[in-house]
Write a protein that binds this ligand. Sequence first.
Ligand code: F6P
Length: 318
Amino acid sequence: MKKIKKIAVMTSGGDAPGMNPFIRAVVRYGLDKDLEVFGIEEGYKGLIKNQFKYMDFDSVCNIIQQGGTILKTARSKEFMTHEGRVKAAQNLREMGIEALICCGGNGSYAGLYEFANKDTGVWDGLVIGAPGTIDNDIIGTDYTIGFDTAVNTAVEAIDKLRDTGDAHSRHFIVEVMGRHSGDIAKAVGVASGARYIATPETKTDIGAIVETIGRHGHDIIVIAEGDEIGGADKLAKILQPHLDAAENGDKEAEFRVCILGHVQRGGSPSARDRILAHDMGVASVDAVLAGETLKAVSSRCGELLLTATLVEKQAVAA
Ligand code: F6P
């Protein structure tokens, strides 16, 4: 097997706390393995626009504790076109890059597959994905980089809401991120002692919520943004009349809504996310050195392994 010499790393899709430790691990471990490492700014967008950056030891200094991503990220419409992918492949060839490592979510994985699959792909280099998204919604891995930090951020915020909720005897409906997945809501709900957790995976039971909260004055309800009800504002509108009419309920009780939104995407990555990102960065470099392609680094039962997630996703979509 021919030893590869040049690799590139990029972050793509929604940013997630831990992307910086991931980049750091790829760069530093890659350099240790005598590879030349390039960073691509703004994900697929930068791949098309030729935004390559030579990475050395110092370019990843002092970033392990920073949220966001020093390489920036984007969602690229142009990469969804054949012409866009051809341009990106041409740029990689001109730079002599033989392997591309991408940390991102489901859309980023689908992009890697489109780009380099053996039948309709336009690039013959190696591609490896690593799961970077707060949503924890990637097939094949128990945890994604950023999930743990996002959960901790939301729990910290809810602890504060509890103080004011208690002072005013108000219920809080807290909306957390998760477009198609209730993983953040479930973890946050349990860790913050929520009275009810509404997720896209289960039908939200309004009767059960009314039954439970009618007797209390300062409950927390956690709802995922992707829940079929349509978010915290809509849930509050549905619940308020039920509460007003509750025969044995607290007639004074009222709701306040708090949408945590993008706050969950920021902040210093937790130790757990840093370690996961580090280990996945190292495993990504090992994967390309071993000639692996069209695979994703995944964490299952505490072990890191390569899964066929990129291909599986396509099968699911097809
Ligand atoms: O996929 C991660 C995520 O944070 C989702 O939870 C959320 O629905 C989405 O990204 C928001 O995307 P954007 O930052 O483009 O508004």
